[in-house]
Design a protein around this ligand. Structure first.
Ligand SMILES: NC(=O)c1ccc[n+]([C@@H]2O[C@H](COP(=O)([O-])OP(=O)(O)OC[C@H]3O[C@@H](n4cnc5c(N)ncnc54)[C@H](OP(=O)(O)O)[C@@H]3O)[C@@H](O)[C@H]2O)c1
Length: 306
């Protein structure tokens, strides 16, 4: 549940900001892009918009190339296919995500938001670095990667990850049903993990090779809110269209060359809350990185994460 101040901020920008598509002079001829979560919703709209700007090849990761972010094997196979079948990769939109109001586990054993929104996104971000970097070296131009987060990240119960209970790590604590509240706070936390992950990975990438950013696409009409009666109801008068949500995705992944490691909202770079930048936030970011890498080495050795 959003706190009053973040709810009011959200209402304000939803009512006053008008999302814009890419301008007609932006051309993507010759480029290859992958959009995750592109069979419906914002990803579908973003894929259509990228295609309309002349993209040479667009991989819709679900419909055309099978990808399941709840399966390590599926993600590793997807990345191998990228490396063997694509001669270049310029743009990656890591956009797949889900919201549930009850605790569920993925087949990997992790809580579903943690698996799909954090671990799946994080693993793919690592596996696609090399093809993006190779293309940047060929084109002498940075490739682009964007992770879809949300402004609800900053309404998350951040104490759950700053200081997980019982001396547990962040991921083991969030995998524990005792940490789960039957509301949308787990979804919010998973989006905060996206912000921390983007910042942690960006710090390890050279922005002349890959510009990595994250964004809030705004509150948009899509099937996403079907599990949440209140959010679904409010979307009828407050939400933007899926196409307008898609405009945010394409804006983040095509424009803003100065956005490496940054968070965008309303199609511009916005500050993240001070807790993210604080000493505690930095320690949490490091811990999340270390735990996530250790988990991939243990549970998904085929990914060869170093
Ligand atoms: N709509 C909003 O108001 C809003 C606001 C802020 C942020 N966002 C974020 O925007 C992104 C897109 O949301 P949306 O509104 O377009 O929702 P959506 O219509 O429900 O689309 C979600 C996409 O994620 C894919 N996905 C879910 N689980 C997956 C898995 N295990 N493996 C691979 N793909 C999976 C879905 O594929 P299937 O259809 O095959 O499951 C679908 O393509 C999400 O990350 C969401 O958190 C949305």
């Amino acid at each position: 549940m959003l706190k009053p101040w973040s709810f009011l901020a959200m209402v304000w920008y939803q009512l006053t900001f008008k999302p814009q598509p890419l301008s007609d002079d932006i051309r993507l001829d010759g480029l290859t892009a992958i959009v995750m979560g592109a069979n419906v919703g914002l990803g579908f709209e973003a894929a259509k918009e990228l295609a309309s700007h002349g993209l040479s090849r667009l991989i819709l990761a679900i419909l055309v190339w099978q990808l399941d972010q709840e399966s390590w094997a599926s993600m590793v196979a997807f990345a191998r296919r990228v490396s063997t079948e694509l001669d270049r990769l310029d743009i990656v939109l890591l956009n797949a995500g889900l919201k549930r109001l009850e605790f569920t586990r993925s087949p990997t054993g992790h809580e579903a938001h943690i698996q799909i929104n954090h671990l799946g996104t994080a693993l793919l971000s690592l596996l696609l670095v090399e093809p993006l970097r190779l293309t940047a070296q060929q084109t002498v131009k940075p490739s682009r990667m964007t992770i879809t987060a949300s402004s609800v990240a900053f309404a998350a119960p951040v104490q759950d990850i700053l200081k997980p209970k019982g001396g547990k790590g962040i991921i083991p604590w969030l995998d524990d049903p005792a940490s789960f509240n039957p509301d949308d706070s787990r979804y919010c936390l998973s989006k905060l993990l996206d912000v921390f992950w983007t910042r942690a990975l960006a710090a390890r990438l050279d922005p002349t090779d890959i510009i990595l950013n994250t964004l809030n696409p705004g509150y948009c009409k899509s099937a996403f809110h079907r599990v949440d009666v209140t959010a679904e109801w409010a979307s009828s008068f407050l939400a933007w269209t899926s196409a307008e949500g898609g405009y945010h995705l394409t804006d983040a992944v095509v424009r803003h060359p100065d956005s490496h490691g940054e968070y965008l909202s309303e199609q511009r770079i916005r500050p993240v809350p001070s807790i993210v930048l604080s000493a505690k936030g930095n320690a949490t970011q490091k811990r999340l990185w270390d735990e996530t890498i250790a988990l991939f080495k243990a549970e998904c050795p085929d990914a060869d994460i170093e």
